[in-house]
Design a protein around this ligand. Structure first.
Ligand SMILES: *[C@@H]1O[C@H](CO)[C@@H](O)[C@H](O)[C@H]1NC(C)=O
Ligand SMILES: *[C@@H]1O[C@H](CO)[C@@H](O)[C@H](O)[C@H]1NC(C)=O
Length: 219
């Protein structure tokens, strides 16, 4: 599977017309020189309006914006499917396994790196009795952005809210403002409701907890 990703947005503005892609996303970004070591939470699958290129995902993006490690809820077949993957190249890694998801189901997602310098990410997905794990060696791409995205091709945002709960991001910094300041909202394109993030620091690691992140509707 090849997905266009958030990192393409700025260089690809001219292509947006052609590809008819619409973006909504929120992003937490760590300070320069600090990197994310884990990103987890729950995502609630909205009701899929019908078969279409709906890509809804949490994901991690490296500071060089080379790609995105993401858990993509994919509506192309007419029912939701979710899997983890690294989009799209450098390195070329095969897409992880996944499973079908019912409308309204909650999916737990998790991304954990063995060490920031080694850069091998373990991913997991779980919903009811379904689960999937993956391993993504991305040694040259330390992650500094945690993203919540709605990526739509030739379809509109008519499925209602996209809700994430119990989100936790850890990073190797004792700075907390990247967390407590809340996420960047791309072009303020989405009406959002985000609970106040809380940050705790221990041994040079900040744990950022956000109980609810909701992309409510187009602005
Ligand atoms: C975070 O970890 C990376 C990789 O070990 C290191 O290069 C960087 O200096 C660390 N940053 C902080 C702020 O400790
Ligand atoms: C979106 O529509 C354009 C123009 O009809 C088409 O070229 C493109 O393949 C479509 N993209 C997707 C992902 O369906």
């Amino acid at each position: 599977m090849q997905l266009f990703s958030a990192f393409c947005v700025f260089s690809a503005l001219a292509l947006q017309q052609v590809a008819a892609v619409t973006w909504y996303y929120l992003r937490f970004e760590t300070p320069s020189g600090a990197y994310i070591s884990s990103f987890s939470g729950n995502m609630v699958a909205p009701t899929l309006p019908g078969a279409g290129t709906y890509y809804l995902w949490p994901g991690l993006q490296p500071s060089d914006n080379a790609g995105v490690l993401q858990q993509v809820l994919d509506g192309r077949s007419g029912s939701w499917w979710i899997g983890s993957g690294w989009c799209c190249s450098d390195p070329d890694l095969s897409w992880g396994s996944g499973f079908n998801v019912n409308n309204g189901a909650t999916i737990a997602f998790s991304n954990k790196v063995d060490s920031i310098s080694d850069g091998t990410w373990a991913t997991s997905l779980k919903s009811g009795s379904n689960s999937a794990t993956g391993s993504f060696p991305l040694p040259t791409h330390p992650m500094n952005q945690a993203i919540f995205a709605i990526e739509l091709y030739n379809v509109s945002w008519t499925f209602g809210a996209l809700t994430f709960t119990d989100v936790v991001i850890t990073a190797n910094t004792s700075s907390t403002s990247w967390c407590t300041g809340g996420p960047y909202n791309y072009e303020n394109a989405a009406v959002v409701s985000v609970s106040t993030p809380s940050a705790t620091v221990s041994g040079g690691t900040t744990t950022c907890s956000i109980s609810k992140v909701v992309l409510e509707r187009p602005a």
